[in-house]
Design a protein around this ligand. Structure first.
Ligand code: DAH
Length: 346
């Protein structure tokens, strides 16, 4: 093939490539044209193969022309690409308009559960009264949950009807009260000590409006010299004043717990009717709030504390019960229902 013929072919390729580019309407078609003309198996490449048949003198001229053709196609291709992408952008922008006057989708923030709110409030109050927080395990041994708390072997609370036993090992149970934390604290720390704990406890109960097999307790322990029921009453009365944010009368009623002697139940004047009687207090004018007493000397002895030298008081309170009283909630199951209509009220 002569140089003239090859040149005609080149011109023809250029003409057809430019014509094809004029028709292109999207990026995919553009890429196809590029492959058809400039690609390795494209038309320009196949014309260039004819170079080998030309004489040395003919080659440079043909080379020059083919470069011009290539550049001209490439230039039009680039221009086309620019045009297409700006067209696509404009289209996308008009398709994806945002109505800034619509309300946002937002992201809803959760908040602290009412039981945690109340627990935090209790902790703050007792910190103010000089107590520090300690934690204890929910999976306990019978030793900490009962024996070390001076609880006799035949005490009904040990019954499987009341306490959850595990198959983790002999005498491994789910704690039925936070009182074992008293023992753990005294084992770790020499008196004087002033600690509280808050945590989950487990009891084998039928679920109803008042009872749930999982609930929370707060426990307090104070060990020092010459501790009295008067000091206990003083601390608890101040605790109740700060919790209900008003001065309320308190009274002890005798009770029994294996780990305190004497033991008492503390009542406070009902904060809602201030003693005149209402639905919350069952028209009694008083609320039964918590169990407490002076630490039984047997408990102190059991952890190696000299009960002639040291004495103490302890108290325990159910968080759910307190929350139900404080906020007027009539069913303990609300706390565990994850119902936003309930939770959002706090
Ligand atoms: N642990 C007791 C219960 O679950 C409550 C209690 C009573 C705790 C008297 C105490 C206490 O610390 O002194 O019923």
């Amino acid at each position: 093939m002569g140089v003239a013929e090859l040149e005609t072919q080149l011109k023809d390729v250029e003409k057809r490539a430019l014509a094809a580019l004029a028709e292109v309407s999207d990026m995919a078609a553009l890429e196809q044209v590029r492959l058809n003309y400039l690609g390795q198996k494209g038309e320009l490449t196949s014309v260039l193969r004819g170079l080998g048949e030309l004489s040395k003198e003919e080659r440079p001229k043909f080379g020059q022309l083919s470069n011009q053709v290539k550049e001209s196609i490439q230039a039009r291709l680039d221009a086309c690409k620019k045009e297409l992408s700006s067209k696509e952008l404009t289209e996308r922008l008009s398709r994806e308009t945002i109505d800034v006057t619509l309300p946002g989708t937002g992201r809803r923030l959760g908040h602290v559960h009412p039981l945690t709110q109340l627990s935090n409030e209790i902790i703050q109050i007792l910190f103010g009264l000089g107590f520090t927080f300690v934690d204890g395990p929910e999976i306990e041994t019978e030793y900490y949950n009962f024996d070390a708390l001076n609880t006799p072997d035949d005490h009904p609370a040990r019954d499987e009807q009341d306490t959850f036993y595990t198959n983790v090992g002999p005498q491994v149970i789910l704690r039925s009260q936070t009182s074992p934390v008293q023992i753990r604290a005294m084992e770790k720390q020499q008196p004087p000590l002033r600690i509280i704990t808050i945590g989950r406890v487990y009891r084998n109960e039928e679920i109803n409006a008042r009872k749930y097999p999982i609930f929370h307790q707060m426990e307090g322990l104070y060990v020092d010299k010459d501790v009295t029921m008067g000091q206990l009453k003083g601390v608890l009365s101040e605790f109740i004043r700060l919790l209900f944010k008003k001065q309320l009368k308190t009274r002890f009623r005798p009770d029994f717990f294996p780990f305190t002697e004497p033991s008492a139940e503390l009542d406070s004047e009902c904060p809602f009717c201030e003693g005149s009687g209402c639905r919350t207090c069952g028209h009694r004018g008083w609320l039964e709030l918590l169990g407490c007493g002076l630490v039984d000397p047997n408990v102190l002895k059991g952890v190696g504390i000299n009960s002639e030298e040291w004495s103490g008081f302890a108290f325990g309170i159910g968080i759910e019960r307190l929350a139900m009283l404080k906020y007027g909630i009539n069913d303990i199951r609300h706390f565990y229902s994850s119902d936003l209509r309930f939770l959002e009220q706090f």
